[in-house]
Design a protein around this ligand. Structure first.
Ligand code: DAH
Length: 434
């Protein structure tokens, strides 16, 4: 590694920082980055590989760790061109900038803060909290280190957004666990946006938010697994009580995750039915090894999805509302308070059907995503209405329901979107329109 001083680089945006002299490090791939701690804040400067031009400054409390962990990924997501083999559409790449969980007074931010506060109260000064780790992770972090089998559906190109063969938009926050363990962290809670190629309806969206936490115990406690499980369950029961603000009924059922054993799921009785709230368990030895945790230590982990929880607690009927910029939605919520959403009048919906003969290349998730990438949030739902077979060929008919959360759509506008969808589906998925 060699280094150069940032102050020698000509860039007006960098000039502001000249006085602080950032050391800039070259990593193995020739990408340069640097950071400096100043008044307990950290800055990371990203430079274009070839031209040495300043392309961005990242500023976060967590930066030294964040840079050391994933400097390559950070640089990629911010500055490189999307590789030709990537299956990430621009509409999804745009979402990486939103970070809804960091927006003050947003329901997802309210829950994140409440969860962090509960954990801090239960285990004072023990946990580190992260909410801005880079969304692009390696397949090693996301799958291999977590013992996710090679043929597991979550690894499929049809289910996950691949940047290139070795990097994905994280499909779960657990993807950061072994990296943080290797960095010496022994208790942490992470919040962030996660990405999965999925169908479209009121409760599914290709981007959602998760909280994931890990707590490692010293060798004395680790000798008694039951004690660790009891600690896990009591932590989560208290957390659930804080979130639901009442003594609701809780039950534990056995779960199955590649990275924990034993595994459990917590369900809460809510309005008469059992709601699956979270997954958890003891981290498997293989995962602890990947995290370089010493042989005598053990620990627990848990993970939960924020949208589903927020939809229940705030009475939010449609997952797209979280992405709404409509003041009638945003103005309803206040940090620190869980209040019921008051629906405002919905704009009218309309639907259009599309029918085609499938091709070899066709996959439902690719179709949903193509619809979403063209229609954006004006599409409320896509459903398979009909399937039939003739002469070894299969035909699908889908109904696309259009409705905007923010305005009335015109007929012409919807027709135009539908035409574009027909054109692109035929071209990209090679189906034969009927
Ligand atoms: N990563 C899991 C998912 O996305 C959720 C999860 C389950 C996380 C169990 C955990 C855990 O940390 O222990 O479905």
């Amino acid at each position: 590694m060699s280094s150069l001083w940032l102050s020698s680089i000509q860039s007006s945006r960098v000039a502001r920082f000249e006085a602080f002299l950032f050391p800039v490090v070259w990593n193995s791939k020739g990408v340069r980055w640097g950071f400096q701690q100043w008044k307990s804040r950290s800055f990371c400067v990203l430079l274009n590989r070839k031209t040495c031009q300043h392309v961005g400054t990242l500023r976060t409390k967590q930066l030294p760790l964040y840079c050391c962990l994933s400097s390559e990924a950070v640089v990629r997501l911010n500055t490189s061109e999307l590789p030709a083999t990537s299956n990430i559409p621009p509409s999804i790449l745009e979402k990486t900038k939103e970070k809804l969980h960091l927006l003050p007074n947003h329901p997802l931010h309210i829950l994140k803060t409440l969860i962090e506060k509960s954990i801090e109260e239960m285990h004072p000064r023990e946990f580190s909290f992260y909410d801005d780790l880079p969304q692009l992770v390696s397949t090693k972090d996301c799958f291999d280190d977590l013992l996710v089998e090679l043929n597991h559906p979550s690894r499929r190109y049809t289910d996950t957004y691949y940047w290139d063969e070795k990097h994905v938009l994280r499909t779960h926050m657990t993807a950061h666990d072994t990296t943080l363990l290797r960095a010496g962290k022994r208790a942490f809670l992470l919040t962030g946006d996660v990405y999965r190629r999925d169908s479209i309806d009121k409760s599914h969206y290709p981007v959602f938010h998760q909280v994931d936490a890990v707590r490692i115990f010293d060798r004395n406690t680790s000798q008694n697994e039951d004690k660790i499980i009891a600690d896990l369950k009591s932590t989560l029961e208290k957390l659930a009580k804080n979130l639901f603000q009442s003594d609701m009924e809780i039950r534990w059922v056995d779960g199955e995750f590649p990275f924990t054993y034993p595994s459990f799921e917590m369900e809460v009785l809510w309005n008469g039915s059992w709601l699956e709230l979270l997954g958890c368990g003891l981290l498997k030895r293989g995962v602890l090894d990947a995290g370089q945790v010493d042989k005598d230590s053990k620990g627990w982990a848990f993970g939960l999805g924020l949208e589903r929880l927020a939809m229940v607690l705030f009475d939010i009927p449609d997952i797209r509302l979280f992405w709404s910029k409509d003041e009638r939605f945003l103005r309803q919520f206040r940090d620190g308070e869980i209040t019921k959403f008051k629906p405002y009048s919905k704009y009218p919906s309309c639907y259009k059907d599309i029918t085609f003969w499938l091709s070899e290349k066709f996959h439902e998730n690719a179709f949903y995503e193509l619809v979403r990438s063209i229609a954006g949030d004006t599409v409320e739902q896509v459903t398979l209405l009909d399937e039939f077979h003739r002469n070894n060929k299969t035909s699908h008919c889908y109904r696309i329901v259009y409705r905007s959360m923010d305005r009335s759509l015109t007929n012409d506008e919807v027709d135009e979107i539908q035409d574009k969808i027909r054109e692109e589906v035929a071209r990209r998925l090679q189906v034969t329109l009927r």
